[in-house]
Design a protein around this ligand. Structure first.
Ligand SMILES: [Zn+2]
Length: 221
């Protein structure tokens, strides 16, 4: 009886010691540091109200995106901005049998970034779908984005911009395929919603694939 009691006390002591050791979780300094980069997707005039392929409230995200840019700049982390950069006879245009009205034609106002977007001078611009015969929703498609991220030692990208149901989604999924961790900032994106519910579907698809969905306040690069 005495022995049983001793063993019980010993067990309780060991368990409480373990519980004590595990809480709070200590910072494990042996973990390799993750390096993040910000990827601002297609925040261009033609995708904002007044543009030829306007995303509803597309311009509303600009202040939040600027705050994200500020956080990454302050942390000394790389910032990339993708842009649609189409020739005038691009395959995606209705005039060429494609699904979209002409938009983001190279060297036009519509292709410029939103005037309130504050990209730092050292941000890297990634132009995509810049030849007539190919379209690209993803910032990785036909660009050197993956190589540049690797060169910079980045293993996790944080994505904001336009549009949730097309280029944000495609960029996020391709980021995972490139072996990167991917976070999408939900209050710093907006969707086209060709069909109502497209944005939610895109969010569900991204999350199911392994994309982390967060609010702006949770981003701490
Ligand atoms: Zn396009």
């Amino acid at each position: 009886m005495n022995r049983l009691l001793t063993i019980s006390i010993l067990c309780i002591t060991v368990l409480s010691h373990c519980a004590h050791r595990r809480s709070p979780t200590p910072i494990d300094e042996d973990q390799p540091m993750s390096k993040q980069a910000l990827v601002v997707v297609d925040l261009q005039n033609d995708f904002c109200p007044g543009g030829s392929l306007a995303v509803p409230e597309g311009d509303k995200i600009v202040p939040v995106v600027n705050d994200l840019i500020g956080k990454f700049s302050q942390a000394g982390l790389p910032i990339f901005a993708t842009r649609d950069w189409h020739p005038g006879d691009h395959v995606s245009f209705k005039t060429q049998g494609g699904p979209w009205p002409p938009h983001c034609v190279q060297n036009t106002t519509g292709a410029q970034f939103h005037p309130d977007l504050r990209l730092p001078n050292n941000a890297t611009i990634i132009s995509k779908a810049d030849s007539p015969e190919r379209d690209a929703y993803s910032g990785f498609e036909g660009t050197d984005l993956a190589a540049l991220l690797e060169q910079a030692g980045v293993d996790h990208i944080v994505i904001c911009g336009l549009a949730t149901d097309y280029c944000v989604k495609a960029t996020a999924l391709d980021g995972l395929k490139a072996g990167l961790g991917v976070t999408v900032v939900e209050d710093a994106i907006r969707g086209v919603e060709v069909q109502p519910g497209d944005s939610q579907k895109a969010l569900d698809e991204m999350q199911a694939a392994g994309v982390l969905l967060v609010q702006y306040g949770a981003v701490n690069p």
